[in-house]
Design a protein around this ligand. Structure first.
Ligand code: 5GP
Length: 116
């Protein structure tokens, strides 16, 4: 069994977070240390530690990450100018929290894709 992270507590509202969307499959909340004017994390409610742990049964919730990202981008007023969706995996990807999450970042020019 994978170990829960702080994100499971956020989903269950056991610790505070600025939740902007929640349904039966996913939860979205503002990143605690935003790296752009808009920085929202969208996560499956089910604990999936990394992209490496994804299976076919997860396709509904992972697809939902994208529909919610599109909806929130519109809501944030950043859809037309554009934004970036990022999912980090493990050490080389810079993943810090081992509950799969999609970063929705935008609201300003984001520069080149990779900063090494
Ligand atoms: P990663 O590097 O794993 O892709 O991204 C983890 C993200 O989670 C970081 O951007 C970090 O700021 C955010 N984060 C970590 N702990 C918390 C928390 O307790 N609350 C919120 N809202 N964001 C968090």
């Amino acid at each position: 069994m994978a170990e829960e992270t702080i994100f499971s507590k956020i989903i269950r509202k056991e610790i505070p977070a600025n939740i902007v969307y929640q349904d039966d499959l996913v939860t979205a909340f503002r990143d605690i240390a935003p790296q752009a004017n808009t920085h929202i994390l969208i996560i499956p409610n089910k604990l999936i530690p990394t992209i490496n742990d994804v299976c076919e049964q997860d396709e509904m919730s992972l697809g939902r990450l994208f529909t919610v990202a599109a909806k929130l981008a519109k809501q944030e007023g950043i859809a037309e100018e554009g934004y970036r969706l990022i999912v980090n995996c493990n050490k080389h990807g810079g993943q810090e929290v081992f509950h799969l999450h999609m970063h929705l970042v935008g609201g300003e020019p984001l520069g080149k894709m990779l900063a090494k």
